[in-house]
Ligand binder design. Sequence first.
Ligand code: ACM
Ligand code: ZN
Length: 760
Amino acid sequence: MKFAKRLSLFLLLCITFSCTNNRVEAVVPQIIPMPLSETILEGEFIFSSETQIVSNESFKISTRFLTEYLSDFNLKASEAEVNINTIQFIKDETILNTEGYTLDISTETIKISAKTDQGAFYAVQSLRQLLPESLEIGNATEKQFAIQCLKIEDEPQFKYRGMHLDVGRHLFSTDFIKKYIDALAMLKMNTFHWHLTEDQGWRIEIKKYPRLTEVAAFRDETLIGHYNTQPQLFDGKRYGGFYTQEQIKEIVKYANNRNVTIIPEIEMPGHSQAAIAAYPELGCTGEQVKVAQKGGVFEAIYCSKDETFNFIEDVLDEVMELFPSEYIHIGGDEAPKTRWKSCGKCQKRIKDEGLKDEHELQSYFISRVEKYLNSKGRQIIGWDEILEGGLAPNATVMSWRGFNGAIEAAKQHHNVILTPGSHCYFDHYQSENEEEPLAIGGFLPLEKVYSLNPIPEELTQEEAKYVLGAQGNVWTEYMPTSQKVEYMVFPRILALSEVVWSNPENKNYNNFVSRVENFHKRLDVLDINYANHLYEIEGEVVSKETNIFYKMKTVSKGKIIRYTLDGSEPTLKSDIYNTAIPITNKVTIKASVFHNNEKLGKTFSQKINLHKAVGKQITINKALNSSYPGSGANGLINGIKGSNSRYGDKEWLGFSGEDLEITIDLGEKTNVKSIKTRFHNGNGQWIYAPKKVEFWFDVNDRIPSAVLLNSDEMLVNIRLEKEVNTRYITLKIPNFGIIPEGKQGAGHKAWTFIDEIIVK
Ligand code: ACM
Ligand code: ZN
């Protein structure tokens, strides 16, 4: 394995160093994120160890970064006025955006102009991508590099360009945290949201409260496999650790030298079970709880008594010492109010403060902490639950449960950051391939991330000004190693970097994909474990009049698809796919992407079950949910079953709390012998199979409702064995109802997920 990697790196270096006269040829500019404007000019700048850097005090960070990046060349930096063979940093007050820059490469000089060091830093990041990937790790054996002459004018769309990392569920080395920050900087992202406290582990040393690192930083064991797998099994291994204040100081400095601000998150009042395990008096009941051993939402939350606020203020004092960021994230999400309801002190607080209920108590909690942080010159960010019961006066809202939090907050003239689960949760699956490594659920392919518009349509131009930007969230329940984090983050972070940096008018997914393909070489050299789904095939059943066809495509350009219909593996001899394949029978299509006589990626395999409803008309009485629309109502009768283990793919349709009525029009009276469908049961994700389904036909001959049993199983099959002559089939599917106490999402309405309705 290691050898193979070395070998491919060696080959890569041989290719990139394919040189003329001992000079490395200029790379074709394929910068990510795409600059605002880029004009390719005639000629090349020849970079060598003779090249000098001309800079000054204003560009300390960017100059240092460049000289360190090119340390093999021992470039001299001076303030001297040399014009030939130089990389010049020029202060340009006319560039209005403080993160903007121009990069002007001529045969004689490379001019980096910016108003600020940060702008110049981003020019350096662009220049970096105009040099061969091999320079990422130094050891350049060649002496001269050609760089394409061009002019770039660039600036970001949004001022908040963030990535989050949860180190509570799993912990990562300080070296990895630096590698993560390096990646952010390379992609012109400027904020690292460091999620430092969780139910499963407290990760920041607080000198005043040593039990936070002695007790709260360690859990006895960890859930094995997926939360929804029954019975839940645990590994029996103690797990934990934390970052010392010295380590944190070093990381903050490291990030600062890359123009990355670290926003620490200290969760409250929920997700605080680890802290309560260390100091039970912080909770309402005082009972001893354990540091949590699995993900989810827990009822042990901070009590609203004064003693808790004293603790929180002490913790935040030390946090503010370590992190100079304007913003401190105070969490605020997923705090069940169960304990508060039965706590004398919390109820007294509600009464004394004239609050209406526990939601207003949460608002009081957050506002009180905000007031404290504001008094120290800091601002708070909270997850969108901080809207419930009233927003703290100066809070910035991080909208994660879709876009509504952002809309509501912006309309109230509060700043917002978009992190909707539908587009920004990098803990979701990124491919429908069943072999994908375990993830929490959902489905967030690269294209969906790329499609994000952080400004919700519902906002006026004036309100849109409150949108600071967007962020990718990386919750690590299912990411025990840094390699897994990289797999989940790359390449989706590349898409997000364009969402937050590039001009939406320049957005073009196909063009982006070709640049991602090129970027793989850089990620290889950087030893970043990215996911590659560019050579996957996407298929779709389409109907034309009464005929059924199967269409396929792959995102990367200039490749061919070969396929078989007999279940065999596609080879160089298999048919080339040009046009939709007619489907006249039950069939398994296997297809692969080929390029230069070589098979790329994995074989795609799709079973199509041509039952009586395929290609017919279908209606659902409820609008599709924007987060789980599957491939629309037709996806329920396209002959394709959804994944057995996942609900976020193109085949499953999700509905939140709604009673469904689905009608299939078979076009004419048809003999129906059986109907089969299934529901997903993923109780950790609030998904419950309905308790019953009713079937209705044209004839007023109601079949007794089918009661679903075994609801602990993931899948429920219903079979109907009574022949009916009918044109219409209606399924009435009442929602499961309110999620019971003790379960994730208790008190909320359950989700219903349904896939193929098979009519025979
Ligand atoms: C969140 O995902 N609980 C903010
Ligand atoms: Zn209490």
